[in-house]
Design a protein around this ligand. Structure first.
Ligand SMILES: Nc1ncnc2c1ncn2[C@@H]1O[C@H](COP(=O)(O)OP(=O)(O)OP(=O)(O)O)[C@@H](O)[C@H]1O
Length: 446
């Protein structure tokens, strides 16, 4: 009867007697362990271990310790969770050990899988950290820069920020001169002090003097009867940003120079001098040297302003920044209008090869317009105003024949890729090998 019960059990069962001999096992035991009766029954378990049939005997442990024991046994490449249960006689001695076991190879496998998943998760976490770090290095207080040219600018800004020296930001319109001025101010010890921005081109010429230097009461008709401090006074202890300094009327340049040399201002109509402590950052998209040569800009003022010149390269000279900036502006406009527009690869390629005469500002405005006006969620190269025509601006912006040839090559390749989709087909059409095309694309930064 008990033999039938044991045999009928789906779970593996093995029984050893009090001397440590195997006396009974069921079919399930063979099914799970692969051990046959002749290897176990009628044999002492020490010999079974010695023969390497099982790694360790739980029954012998139970006989020794006279209590239930659980071990992990390795049998035929499997990991088994084996529990030996003592059956005591009336004297309290162990008369039999009944062993049951469970194959935990699958669990082990799961554990390994879990470890692998954990390792993978750790790796992703690591990558996210690296990416976050990269993000930090790309977004310097909201200024996107990852191209060597622009990173040089950022590092220079960082280096000179703590000092009070006068900075002159040079670069085409829309390259980000104001953005860099903001960074310098933010990174300077004057960051929580006044930051006065003056666009010299936006103030009518006849008002610039009173705006900058202020006036005493009754200085001129129409003036505030109490008098007014100028922007230099308002910037006291902080920073003044003189944008479009090339537009400063020649007649005022001498006064400005005196202020920058003496660090004191005299209001219009006033006699007393007022001490000011300001850091001056100026910017221009004009060629000040040639203005000096033309007699439109005082040479001494130019040297006074040009103590630390920072050249901000045009966008076409920092191609690595183009996709980053494009995504940055896209993300911002998407958020603003709760949209989910995306750029296709060919749109980004076309943007990379365009000359951007209006620089970052042009890109920012174009992206806002595209997000609003495109019907679909995907903004493709065909939506870009410059991808159809041979970009005239690009050619004009190119200075040397080498540049022009490079740009033309880039444009033709982009057109072929956008039209024929694969490099194989595009190479065929362009009459070069696919590998030559790929090499060219790499060289051209496509
Ligand atoms: N690196 C950048 N990252 C993010 N936004 C930028 C970056 N450069 C410029 N911008 C954005 O582009 C626009 C133009 O930049 P900015 O006004 O600083 O240019 P500018 O050189 O001072 O132009 P202008 O010569 O016409 O005064 C701004 O809206 C600015 O926020």
């Amino acid at each position: 009867m008990y033999e039938n019960v044991i045999n009928a059990s789906y779970d593996p069962i093995f029984i050893a007697d009090k001397r440590g001999y195997g006396i009974k096992m069921n079919e399930a035991y063979t099914r799970v362990t692969g051990i046959t009766e002749d290897q176990l029954i009628g044999r002492h378990l020490k010999d079974v271990v010695k023969d390497g049939i099982i790694s360790e005997s739980v029954s012998l442990k139970v006989l020794q310790e006279k209590r239930r024991v659980t071990i992990i046994q390795h049998v035929n490449g499997k990991d088994l969770l084996v529990t030996g249960n003592p059956i005591f006689d009336e004297n309290g001695d162990v008369s039999y050990v009944v062993t049951n076991l469970r194959d935990i190879s699958a669990l082990k496998h799961l554990e390994q899988e879990l470890m692998k998943t954990k390792a993978l998760a750790d790796r992703y976490l690591q990558q996210i950290k690296v990416y976050q770090h990269r993000e930090d290095t790309i977004r310097h207080e909201g200024v996107i820069a990852n191209s060597p040219n622009m990173l040089r600018v950022i590092h220079l800004a960082q280096k000179i920020a703590p000092f009070n020296s006068t900075v002159l930001l040079l670069g085409e319109s829309g390259v980000g001169k104001e953005v860099i001025a903001n960074l310098i101010q933010k990174w300077s010890p004057r960051s929580d002090k006044p930051f006065i921005k003056v666009n010299c081109a936006a103030i009518p010429k006849e008002l610039i003097e009173s705006e900058l230097f202020g006036y005493e009461k009754g200085a001129f008709t129409g003036a505030d009867s109490r008098g007014r401090p100028g922007l230099f006074e308002q910037a006291h202890t902080g920073t003044i940003f003189l944008d479009e300094i090339g537009e400063m009327p020649l007649s005022l340049q001498g006064k400005l120079l005196r202020v920058l040399q003496e660090f004191e201002v005299t209001r219009i109509g006033g006699r007393r001098t007022i001490k000011i402590d300001v850091r001056v950052i100026s910017a221009t998209n004009q060629d000040l040297e040639s203005l000096v040569k033309q007699g439109k800009f005082r040479e001494d003022l130019y040297y006074r302003l040009n103590i630390i010149p920072i050249h901000i390269p045009p966008l076409r000279e920092r191609q690595e920044d183009i996709p980053l900036l494009a995504h940055y502006f896209l993300e911002r406009v998407n958020q603003k209008y709760r949209l989910h527009k995306q750029f296709t690869d060919d749109a980004l390629l076309a943007m990379k090869s365009y000359a951007w005469p209006g620089n970052v500002r042009e890109m920012q405005n174009l992206i806002e317009r595209l997000v609003i006006t495109t019907e679909t969620d995907h903004i493709t190269a065909l939506h870009l105003p410059f991808s159809h025509s041979t970009s005239l601006e690009m050619k004009q912006a190119s200075k040397t024949l080498k540049d022009m040839v490079r740009n033309l090559e880039r444009e033709l390749i982009l057109k072929a890729i956008s039209e024929y989709k694969t490099t194989r087909k595009a190479a065929q059409v362009l009459g070069i090998s696919q590998s030559a095309l790929v090499k060219k694309m790499q060289r051209l930064g496509i």
